[in-house]
Every structure is written in C-alpha cells, then in structure tokens.
Design a protein around this ligand. Structure first.
Ligand code: NFS
Ligand code: SF4
Length: 668
C-alpha cells in the first residue's frame, strides 16, 4: 500500500480507498500549501486601507502598525475566538442546569449531587437545609453571572493556589468577567486601538484565564453535575467500531447535552424495535472529536476516531447519520455525505452547514429531539450501499476525573495526592505531562502525539491526555493497562501500586480544566513547592490546529505551566512577540508558550524542564536505573488474574465498577 500522511492504519486504508474517488482534507492539503505570509501572522486585514502584507521592505502597515503589533493582534484575535468557543460551550451547560433546576428539562436530572454541593461551595451558594433544585437554581444563576460580571474577578480564581492568585493580581491579569475580556480583546484589536504588543498579550491572558478557570471549568463541573462525574471504564477506538449490520450513528462536535440524549434514546426498546423492523440488528453509537470524549468518559461509547477521522468515517459508507453540534466540524462533510448515503444533521442554532439537514435541538424537549434524529438514521439504513469498514480497533480505558484520581490514591476518606507527590519526590515518577489538543493535516496524522507520549512514558513521566490527543493515544494501545510494559520501571511500579495506566484519559478539551485542578492539588498537597510553576510538569500540544488550543496554551502558561506546541509558531513574524510569550511570561508567570516543530527537540525540552524543576525543588536527581525492573513480576500476576484486560483499580475494582455503573444509569 502506498504511504499516506497518517500513522493510523485504518485512516491509511480509507485514504487509499478515497484516492481519486472523493476529496478529503488530506488531498486538499496536498493541493494547497499554507500561505507563508499568513503563517507568520504578517498579514493584517483589520481595516479597508489594507489588507497589509508586512513582508520584504514593508516594516509597517499603511497605518504604521509594526510587525510585532500585527502579529500580537492576530494572536489575540485567535485567543478571543478560542476562549469564546470554550466559554460559550460552558454557558450552554449552565443554561441546561438552569432548565433542569426550574423543572423545564424533564429529560435530564442532577446526577451528581455531591459535586453540585461542592460547586455551590466554590460559588458561595448556601446548601444547608435546601433542596437539590434550590441549590441548582442558585448555582446556575451564579454561574451565569460569572459570564456577565463587569468588575472584580472570577469566583473560581479562589481555587488556584494563593501564590498564583497573587501573581495574577500583581501582573494585573485577573479576569473580571468571562465575556467582558473577550469583548475587550475584540475592541483592543480594532484598527487603531491597542498597539502595544505586551499589553495586547496581557489582554490575551485575561481572556484565556476566563476560559480555563471560567467557562471551561464551569462547563466541566456542571457537565459532571448533570451527566455524572466520570470514573474508569473500558471501551474501544477507531473506525473498526462501526458495524456492518447495525445502524451507525456518529456524534461529532463538543456539546454533551444532545449526545447524552442520543445515548439514552439509542437504548430505548421502541427505537431498537424500529431499527430491527428496518432490517438492522440494532443501533451502534460512535463518536468523533470531543463529543466522543464526553460520551466515552461517561458511557464508554467508542470513539470512531479523532479530528482527521471525521471524513474517513463517512467514507466507510456505513454511517447512517453524523450528528454534529459545534466546533471542529469540517464543512466538507456536507458534500462528502452527499456522495455516500450519510445524513449530516446539524443541531445547534449556532452552527448550520449548507447542504446539511438541520434538526434544532432544545434541552426542553431533548429526548423527543434525540429520538427523532435516531429515527431519521434508521430510516436511512435501507439506503446504504457497499461499505468498507477497516477492521481496526484498539481497547482502551478512560474516565479519569480529578475526583477519581484523588479517590484512587486512598479511597473515599483518605483520598489525596500524597502517593503521587511522594513518587515524584522519590524520582520514581520523573514528572507529569499533559498531552492535549488536535490533529493537524500539515503533520503526519497522530505521529507527533504517539511519539511524544511513548518517549515520555519510557522516561518515567506520567501522562494525562485530553481531546483528540487522547483518542490518538488510544488508537495505539496507550490507554490499555498493558501499555505499562512500555513505561520506565519507576513509573510502572507506581502505576501498579495505585492502579492506573501510565497514560490517563481525563476527558475533552474543555476538561483541560481538570488538569488545572489536578496540578493545583499536587501543588497544595506539599513536598513539591507551593504553586503549579514549582512542579516538574509540562503541557504539550503536539498537533495543534484550532484557536481553542491557543487559548488553552495561554491559560496553562499563565497558570504556571511550560507549554509546548509541536508546530511552527503562529507568531513567527515577530521574534519579539515570541520572546514575550516564552521568556517574558516565564519570568512573570513561571510558565510560557514555546513552539517546537521538531518532535525530538520538543521531547528534549520537556524533559529538560522537568529536570530543572526537580533540581529547583532540591529533589533526588532522576535516575532511570534506580528502580531496576522491580515492577515486572507484580504486573504479570495482575494480567494473569484478569485475563486479557487488567483491572483498573487494584484497591477497589468493585467500588470503581459500582460507581461507574451507578453514574451511568440513564433516566429519561
Ligand atoms: Ni480540542 Fe476538541 Fe480535537 Fe482540537 Fe477540535 S475536537 S476541543 S480543538 S481538534 S482537540
Ligand atoms: Fe493595514 Fe493598519 Fe489597516 Fe492593518 S490596521 S490593514 S496594518 S492600515
């Protein structure tokens, strides 16, 4: 088989089948190189005297705007869009909670009351002697107010370490209100307004912190309240999860509200009967992108793939309906679905696509909407032509909420981050890394993600994954407990003792907020300094593509994490701006953004940063030989007892299973 630009054999098989028959993002990328002026962010079209191209002898635009200003302004517009996307997603979840609290959304109920009470505490909502609905109503209203707040600072900033809050105050980057900072960034980047690159970047930080510690964190928390806090479960990944004899419905996008209902409706006996009446053996749900991660984390619904798999799923000819909501949905799906029998169904009033069928989803009659969508898919089953489903899939374990990570380190009453911190201090675990973000067709699909994770694990770095990097990791078996064999001896020993794989799936991109919580807990547990910037930890986005990823990188850096992107810098047109984002932010926030397209070098930089932090903390120097091969024997025993799939939590497999099944029972 000729080689295609993907590490994923299922993707290559489909690309081979598509060649000369249908267009994909892969073939379009080959046909169109990126614009080199835009790639360096040296094009400004913020007014009609331009567009100005600041190349060659042109050191400024017509208005005199410098390269640094233009580059910073372009970066700022991207961060504003990314922060807006995450936060608006969060807002929709809050509205769903509000509807539930008012009794207007009968299909949903509050699934995690303990978490609701915890969130209430963070938002200063009284809980004593009040009903769940009363608390939920106040929580929803307070949460909505965080978006519209004009002065002061976000309530959730109180969840950061005290030194971190002081840094933000001193550096004057505290987000006042989630929406306000996005609007202000749009204002500042209007022609002739903010023309100081440093000041523009500070505006980016305020908007991005409003994403990470605001919109995204509220989105994650309230999704857990409504749909259940994830706990470990098993599933599968890749195009091979599609079925030849069932109605395949693929949910794609980001919003869990609709997909929760699709999951529920797909198990409705009436719907299953209807599918059978049309000759199918049942309904098979699968996911793409972050909607996939949402339904995987809570229900074990298998992801059919990540961002670059979206077209390939349709090209199998086996998808009756692809149901999309918001973000990362390629417009190409509309034309592609018409070349097959697939119905492309848009569901959000915010995201329509010409050529798609629009079924507007509303949480007030959610279950009925979901049933209607699935019925449409069933009706389409008879139109299926020849299919080509690559027989490729891989087992995985997902569902690691921060609550679960705390719980597995000591149970309900003694849960803490102590075992993890001790292991890091002793050098069993060299450090922590979050590997997150997208696919980008400009690099080999999944290759940077896979290479980065493998190298980190071998070097005893515990890895947390989210978003498309998580589905990417899963495709190569990295989310199976057996992958522990690839880990360094020290890391393996700890993973066995605590009962986790060395790569833990913590959710969608919005759930990067869980990483902020985990790192904050590590920092406050003691023994590893007192702030995120003290920890031997890094954030890595190997295949960044979206504006959301830039917002995430910005809030991670401002929260104290050294954050690496595996692609060329979108600020390459101004070395001064790049320096501000890396060295300038490092000095001010203890974290910064670095762009390193050479993945070998990226890994070196990540490990060097981890070792530097170990040294600054006065910890034992990391020695790969220190723990020998001590973990091997125990691991073999566990695998033997468990058959081909090891239990997750070696302390309390039963608890975990019970928690998972209790959390996942759907009521309608
Ligand atoms: Ni994150 Fe998720 Fe994937 Fe990237 Fe898009 S789906 S929100 S943006 S491409 S990881
Ligand atoms: Fe050109 Fe300045 Fe207008 Fe941008 S704002 S297009 S640099 S004149």
């Amino acid at each position: 088989m000729p080689s295609y630009n993907s590490l994923d054999s299922a993707a290559c098989e489909m690309l081979s089948a598509c060649e000369g028959v249908v267009e994909t993002s892969f073939s379009r990328a080959d046909a169109m190189l990126p614009c080199s002026i835009g790639a360096d962010a040296l094009c400004c079209r913020h007014c009609a005297m331009g567009p100005c191209r600041l190349i060659g002898p042109h050191m400024t635009g017509v208005c005199g705007a410098t390269r640094s200003t233009v580059v910073a302004r372009n970066f700022a517009r991207a961060v504003a869009a990314g922060a807006a996307a995450h936060s608006d997603h969060g807002r929709d979840i809050v509205f769903a909670l509000l509807a539930v609290a008012k009794g207007e959304a009968k299909s949903f109920r509050i699934r995690d009351e303990a978490k609701l009470r915890e969130v209430a505490g963070h938002l200063n909502v009284k809980t004593e002697g009040r009903t769940t609905e009363e608390i939920a109503l106040d929580v929803a209203e307070k949460a909505l107010a965080e978006f519209g707040k004009q002065t002061g600072s976000l309530s959730y900033f109180r969840r950061a370490t005290i030194p971190r809050q002081e840094i933000w105050r001193e550096q004057r980057v505290m987000t006042r209100g989630i929406d306000r900072e996005v609007v202000e960034l749009m204002h500042r980047t209007h022609m002739g307004t903010d023309q100081d690159p440093k000041n523009l970047l500070d505006g980016c930080i305020r908007a991005a912190l409003g994403d990470g510690w605001g919109g995204s964190m509220l989105g994650t928390d309230l999704s857990d309240v409504l749909f259940g806090t994830p706990s470990p479960l098993k599933s599968k990944v890749n195009l091979g999860v599609l079925k030849d004899d069932e109605v395949n419905v693929v949910v794609h996008g980001h919003d869990p509200i609709l997909s929760e209902m699709i999951v529920a409706a797909s198990t409705d006996p009436e719907i299953i009967e209807y599918a059978k009446s049309k000759g199918a053996n049942g309904i098979n749900l699968a996911g793409i992108c972050c909607t996939a991660n949402e339904v995987l984390m809570r229900h074990g619904i298998p992801p059919a793939g990540n961002f670059l798999s979206q077209e390939l799923a349709i090209a199998t000819g086996a998808v009756e309906a692809m149901v999309v909501d918001v973000q990362c949905i390629m417009q190409a799906l509309a034309k592609l679905s018409q070349q097959f029998h697939t119905k492309l169904i848009t569901t959000s009033p915010k995201a329509k696509i010409e050529g798609a069928d629009h079924f507007e989803f509303d949480e007030h009659h959610a279950y009925e909407d979901a049933k209607k969508i699935i019925r449409t898919a069933i009706d389409n089953y008879g139109n299926r032509g020849k299919t080509k489903i690559p027989q490729v899939n891989e087992a995985l374990v997902a569902g690691f909420s921060h609550e679960y990570i705390r719980y597995m380190q000591g149970g309900h009453f003694r849960g803490s981050f102590r075992p993890l911190n001790d292991a890091i201090a002793a050098g069993r675990i060299r450090g922590l890394a979050a590997v997150v973000g997208c696919n980008n067709v400009r690099v080999t699909h999944d290759a940077p993600i896979s290479q980065t994770i493998k190298a980190l694990i071998e070097n005893d770095v515990l890895v947390a994954v989210t978003g498309c990097a998580a589905s990417g990791a899963a495709k190569y078996g990295y989310l199976k407990p057996e992958f522990m064999e690839q880990a360094g001896a020290g890391l393996r020993e700890v993973c066995e003792a605590i009962g986790i794989p060395p790569v833990i799936h913590v959710g969608s991109c919005v759930d990067n907020s869980r990483l902020l919580t985990i790192l904050t807990e590590c920092a406050t547990e003691g023994g590893l300094g007192e702030d995120i910037s003290d920890l031997p930890a890094v954030g890595i986005c190997p295949e960044y593509m979206s504006e959301k990823a830039l917002s995430i990188g910005t809030y991670c850096a401002a929260s104290g994490a050294y954050t690496l992107f595996g692609l060329p810098s979108p600020a390459a047109g101004s070395p001064a701006v790049m320096d501000m984002m890396l060295n300038g932010w490092m000095e001010r926030f203890g974290g910064g953004i670095d762009f390193e397209p050479d993945i070998d070098k990226l890994i070196e930089k990540a490990l060097a940063h981890i070792d530097l932090k170990r040294k600054e903390l006065g910890l034992t120097e990391y020695d790969p030989e220190r723990y020998g091969q001590s973990g091997d024997r125990l691991m073999e025993e566990i695998l033997e007892q468990a058959g081909d799939f090891a239990p997750l939590n070696l302390y309390s497999v039963k608890d975990a299973a019970a928690a998972a099944s209790a959390g996942n029972k759907q009521t309608v």
